[in-house]
Design a protein around this ligand. Structure first.
Ligand SMILES: NC(=O)c1ccc[n+]([C@@H]2O[C@H](COP(=O)([O-])OP(=O)(O)OC[C@H]3O[C@@H](n4cnc5c(N)ncnc54)[C@H](O)[C@@H]3O)[C@@H](O)[C@H]2O)c1
Length: 323
């Protein structure tokens, strides 16, 4: 167990990638607040409570978890989800921001609500939880923040709201990494690729089949799209970044998918770790062993801007709204 005694908040943890992360963090010994209001793909309300299922799964396996059904987009509610972790487990060591919705339209068809909703959940939601969590983490002198961006940050047709939010999350994460490293807090971002309800819609499957039939995909390429690229392949890198051993990995952006992890420098792939199909998944132990000497070689560490941070923090407002 690499996270024994740690306390974590994972947002969007009822389904997909967030669920896989919550299950692995718990398996590695962390107590987890499973945040998920159970909304639809576009953020619409449903009667579903997937957070309850994930909590039940963790508890059945002998772990500790509690559900939270609030939205990360709400400032005060985000504060309360962090406080729930501190009240239940005495602290917050790990924050993983996975919650996400999608409203895909070309810019000329996108409504103001489509734009605001996606920015509110992804960009403002990440800021909300980080803002509240960092206050506790600074006092403790320890923290791990892992935020979910997307390769769409480079620009993506039909997703200008989403790609703007995801690019914003990279700037947010790198800024936090510079402001808080001197307090023992690291912040990194992940651009994942996995089959979930967000990516594997019937339309997407049908489009791939049509591309294959039209000769735009080779048989090998098409067959690759049919193999399991489940969210469980994303979780080990997140668990690794949450360990004490990853204390020097800060301000980085990683792409993670089945069989591949790579560093990204301003949108360009830099260093890779690979696993072939017959080699199974990366494990946390393997990543502790191999990431510093492979992915991190040649990467200039984010410089903690201590003097700048001290100067700016002395100008902080005296009275703050708190949860
Ligand atoms: N799946 C991929 O290939 C892929 C690619 C790039 C980026 N991402 C990012 O990874 C993250 C997880 O995506 P996924 O594929 O697992 O999606 P998913 O739809 O399976 O899961 C997202 C979860 O977030 C929850 N959620 C939505 N709005 C919320 C809110 N306001 N507060 C709290 N929870 C909320 C949903 O209820 C859902 O359970 C997202 O941030 C997504 O943008 C995924």
């Amino acid at each position: 167990m690499h996270l024994k005694g740690k306390a974590a908040v994972v947002t969007g943890a009822g389904r997909g990638i967030g669920r896989a992360i919550a299950l692995l963090l718990a398996k590695e010994g962390a107590s987890v607040i499973v945040v998920d209001p159970g909304v639809g793909r576009g953020g619409e309300k449903t009667e579903e409570r997937p957070a309850d299922d994930v909590v039940a799964e963790i508890v059945k396996a002998g772990g500790k978890a509690q559900a939270n059904y609030d939205s990360v987009a709400e400032y005060l509610k985000a504060g309360l989800m962090i406080k729930q972790c501190v009240d239940a487990y005495g602290k917050i060591d790990i924050l993983v921001n996975v919650a996400g919705n999608l409203r895909e339209r070309m810019i000329w068809n996108m409504s103001e609500d489509d734009f605001d909703s996606v920015i509110a959940v992804h960009l403002k939601g990440n800021w909300n939880t980080c803002h509240h969590a960092v206050k506790y983490m600074r006092q403790a002198g320890h923290g791990r923040i892992i935020n979910f961006s997307s390769d769409a940050f480079k620009g993506s047709v039909g997703q200008c709201n989403y790609s703007a939010a995801k690019a914003g999350i990279i700037g947010l994460t790198r800024s936090i990494s510079k402001e808080t490293y001197k307090n023992g807090i690291t912040a990194n971002a992940i651009c994942p690729s996995a089959d979930t309800r967000m990516t594997l819609t019937p339309e997407v499957k049908e489009n791939r089949r049509r591309k294959f039939e039209a000769g735009l995909l080779t048989k090998e390429q098409y067959e690759l799209t049919l193999q399991n690229r489940g969210p469980e392949y994303i979780a080990p890198m997140v668990a690794y970044l949450a360990t004490d051993q990853a204390d020097t990995i800060n301000g980085q952006v990683f792409h993670v998918e089945r069989g591949r992890i790579n560093t990204e420098i301003f949108g360009d792939d830099f260093k890779f770790l690979h696993k072939w199909d017959n080699e199974g998944m990366f494990t946390v132990s393997e990543l502790i062993e191999s990431v510093p000497g492979s992915l991190m070689t040649g990467i200039v560490p984010v410089v903690p801007q201590v003097k700048m941070a001290d100067a700016v923090s002395s100008t902080a407002p005296k009275k703050e709204k708190t949860a």
